[in-house]
Design a protein around this ligand. Structure first.
Ligand code: NDP
Length: 333
């Protein structure tokens, strides 16, 4: 894979330019603050809502979204993916000028052609591989904000240079930043959500149900599964030491159990199942399903969320928090 080092990214590329941040949520707030601290001129675009007030409290100039399109040289679209098409169509498209840049943090809307910018503007992406609070805290600590970058279209001949400058401004070039494409980023991201994290959700939910039905204390089941933080530590060590090498930190009994059972514990053919998930992403059928769900007002999604929030694990988490004297921490956004 191609990478770009810090020395290949030049903030001067954006000197004298206005960076418009559309949306002041998880990524918008973190990226706007990082860019300002990197010396860029930042303008925030938001309707008059809670985000508007928050950006003003953080001492940003805030205008409506069409105002960002009129004034900014680079427009970073940092609102939820499912509303980007509407916001782009209603507030941005008619205001775009040749030579401007549209920048994304995720490839979805470009990959699935929900947004088709005119050929006269640059289109780039800086996709942090980290939640917004981490983007800000890593930047403040001088640590790397892991990200990938891509260019979809280069109208000015400067699209890559501008994208790398944006990456540097949020802290993503402290270590080399990886080059991707809009399609690869969007497809891998969706695959992680729908294959890997979906499996983790089902594995943990099933483990809880099997253990409690067998009569074990539900609090102890949750402590073992993730409340102790051991699982988070294992993931941290996978990153530090290596996926398999960190196994040396586990007992030999644990290693034997993991290695003997890992290929047989999940029923069915995982390769075929994951390939099916990937195919539905790549051929656009997942996008069609999700777009239709959005058009209908998210009835299935709301139902699934309600079911998840009614699962007994939620109650046990609260009981366990009382027992061990801590509450699950709400993430500050
Ligand atoms: P958020 O859900 O945090 O964005 C919320 C912001 O968007 C708020 O300012 C909200 O305003 C505004 N907003 C919501 N709906 C509308 C609308 N219809 N019109 C105008 N403004 C609206 O988004 P994220 O920061 O999570 O995601 C932004 C982008 O970053 C996405 O492309 C996402 O895929 C990508 N990304 C996100 C990551 C993450 O960790 N969350 C990681 C990497 C990439 P209000 O106050 O009114 O709600």
């Amino acid at each position: 894979m191609k990478t770009f080092s810090d020395s290949e990214a030049d903030l001067a590329e954006l000197a004298g330019r206005t960076i418009g941040i559309v949306g002041y949520g998880n990524q918008g707030r973190a990226q706007a603050q990082n860019m300002r601290d990197s010396g860029l001129s930042v303008l925030v675009g938001s309707p008059r809502d809670a985000s508007y007030e928050r950006a003003r409290q953080d001492s940003f100039e805030v205008v409506d979204i069409a105002g960002v399109a009129r004034r900014a040289d680079v427009i970073c679209l940092l609102i939820p993916d499912e509303v980007q098409r509407t916001v782009y169509t209603e507030a941005l498209a008619s205001e775009l000028r040749p030579g401007q840049m549209l920048s994304f943090a995720h490839g979805y809307n470009i990959r699935f052609r929900h947004i088709v910018p005119p050929p006269t503007v640059d289109v780039g992406m800086v996709a942090p591989r980290m939640i917004g609070t981490g983007v800000r805290s890593s930047f403040l600590a001088g640590k790397w904000v892991p990200a990938t970058v891509a260019v979809w279209q280069d109208a000015t001949g400067r699209a890559l240079a501008r994208t790398l400058a944006l990456a540097k401004a949020i802290g993503a070039t402290v270590q080399p930043v990886l080059e991707t494409t809009f399609a690869a980023e969007a497809e891998i991201d969706l695959f992680m959500e729908q294959a890997v994290w979906a499996s983790v959700v089902q594995v943990f939910r099933t483990a809880f149900e099997v253990l409690t039905q067998a009569g074990y204390a539900p609090e102890e089941a949750l402590l073992e599964m993730y409340v102790s933080g051991e699982a988070a530590e294992v993931f941290a060590q996978m990153r530090q030491m290596g996926f398999f090498k960190q196994m040396a930190l586990h007992s030999r009994t644990s290693q034997y159990g993991q290695l003997t059972r890992s290929r047989s514990v999940l029923p069915g053919d995982l390769t075929q199942s994951f390939a099916h998930v990937l195919e539905a992403i790549r051929d656009g059928s997942f996008d069609q399903e999700w777009s239709e769900e959005a058009r209908r007002g998210y009835p299935l999604f709301d139902d699934l969320r309600r079911n998840a929030e009614a699962h007994p694990m939620n109650t046990v988490e609260s009981q366990l928090a009382l027992l061990i004297g801590s509450q699950p921490t709400a993430i500050e956004t």
